[in-house]
Design a protein. Structure first.
Length: 447
């Protein structure tokens, strides 16, 4: 079972409902500014057009807006709508999309839900801007750029929070772990890692898995797994133990109790070392010993989901193609792209929930999983149909949403056998690699 028309309609109409949008439009004074504007259609066109790729982001919105039946205006008048009132309305839509996403049921079978109620991944993605914005959003060089700091739910498969900063600012201050994180798990890259972060996780009951920073010098108190030669006294530096080959990197996993930091900033945690094709990868974690070392490493691999989501935002929803020259118009377009991306991820999440986890671990997967980027491209192709579906009612609306659900549900991962996702594996699916097409063709010729 896959997507349903009712489910697809719920995502679009819950995030972009007439009544809420009209209230936001009136509160911001967006409709009052331009009598020729159909503000409701304009907003939906902006979001649905985020991935069409006809031209610039604003040109895309204009094309979908006019082709959906709106009264035409000159290009200059259309672009003048991208101001502070539009940003205010898109901020309402953004908050609605994030709240709706965060309220979805979780999909965390097996190890994913063993110790936490959900795993959250944090990461930032950089968006270059027009040089006119260098003062407001300075980049790390002589250019304008901003960062989107994202919080991604593994159990829902989408962004559930984000905020903006100038690209010049470091990532670490933009992650604050507080009591709202209690019971969650955190996967973060080294840009956010700090001793203060580890202490906050410990204080608020947050499990974490992060890579070991090169400038951190863990002191090893006990080695539970790993090859040790001679006597290992508690408190030795990890680097010294490795250099002296007291702790041997012989292809076996390492699982040790360590301390990082010193004095009031000292943190006790687990260090896990796992051999890879490029040498050992070391992780720090607060997960208990019952979670095997390789499972800890697998959990960190799940962090790649936010990298895939960043690619979805940029390649399908064109965050790298925002050419606006004012802060309000940039933020409005950015919110439109992020909302469009979140809606696609929610459709993919619906598909996974309908599919259900395997009846038992190791069940052979027979059907390919949904693929968010392929789904986004199909939404792109159907942008005008989606815009028109909002205007329908009764049986005609049901029929159109059902048709769109069938089209969207067919967008599956073409590489699912060759490169099965870590999440699919952790959900318990077994995927047998397919035979190369040339081998299948040779066998068919013999028959």
């Amino acid at each position: 079972m896959g997507l349903t028309g009712a489910g697809v309609r719920e995502v679009f109409e819950t995030i972009l409902p007439d009544d809420v949008l009209l209230l936001a439009i009136r509160a911001a004074g967006l409709q009052e500014r331009e009598r020729k504007m159909n503000a409701l259609l304009f907003l939906r066109s902006m979001i649905i057009s985020a991935s069409t790729g006809y031209g610039g982001r604003q040109a895309d919105a204009m094309k979908i807006y006019f082709e959906s039946g709106a009264k035409k205006v000159v290009r200059g008048a259309f672009y003048s709508w991208f101001g502070r009132p539009l940003e205010q309305v898109l901020d309402v839509v953004r908050n609605r999309a994030l709240a709706y996403a965060a309220a979805q049921p979780l999909d965390l079978p097996g190890l994913l839900g063993a110790e936490v109620r959900d795993w959250h991944i944090v990461d930032s993605t950089t968006v270059k801007l027009d040089d006119a914005l260098k003062d407001e959003y300075p980049g790390t060089g002589d250019y304008a750029a901003l960062k989107i700091h994202k919080r991604f739910s593994v159990g829902i498969g989408t962004t559930i929070g984000y905020h903006l900063s100038p690209a010049r600012e470091h990532d670490a201050p933009h992650l604050k772990v507080d009591e709202s994180w209690r019971g969650l798990g955190l996967l973060a890259d080294l840009g956010y890692a700090s001793l203060d972060l580890l202490q906050s996780c410990e204080r608020h009951g947050v499990q974490y898995v992060i890579r070991l920073k090169e400038n951190w010098k863990p002191k090893v108190d006990h080695v539970a797994r790993g090859s040790v030669r001679g006597v290992l006294l508690p408190g030795h530096d990890l680097d010294l133990l490795l250099d002296s080959e007291t702790l041997v990197l012989d292809g076996k996993v390492i699982d040790a109790d360590v301390r990082v930091g010193s004095g009031a900033r000292e943190v006790r945690c687990r260090l896990v070392g796992v051999p890879t094709d490029k040498g050992y990868a070391f992780f720090l974690t607060s997960l208990p010993p019952r979670i095997a070392a390789r499972s800890v490493a697998d959990l960190y691999r799940v962090r790649w989901e936010i990298e895939s989501d960043n690619k979805l935002d940029k390649s399908c929803f064109r965050l790298d193609e925002i050419g606006a020259r004012t802060g309000p118009s940039v933020r409005a377009l950015l919110h439109a792209s992020m909302v469009a991306s979140i809606m696609v991820c929610l459709l993919a999440h619906q598909h996974r929930l309908q599919e259900a986890p395997p009846p038992r671990t190791g069940t052979e997967r027979k059907k390919p999983p949904i693929h968010a980027q392929a789904l986004a491209r199909m939404v792109t192709c159907c942008a005008q149909s989606v815009a028109r579906a909002f205007e329908l009612s009764g049986r005609a609306a049901d029929k159109e949403w059902d048709r769109l659900a069938v089209l969207f549900g067919d967008e599956t991962d073409p590489n699912w056998r060759r490169s099965p996702s870590i999440l699919d594996q952790m959900r318990g699916w077994k995927v047998t690699p397919g035979k190369p097409r040339s081998a299948r063709a040779a066998r068919a010729s013999l028959n």
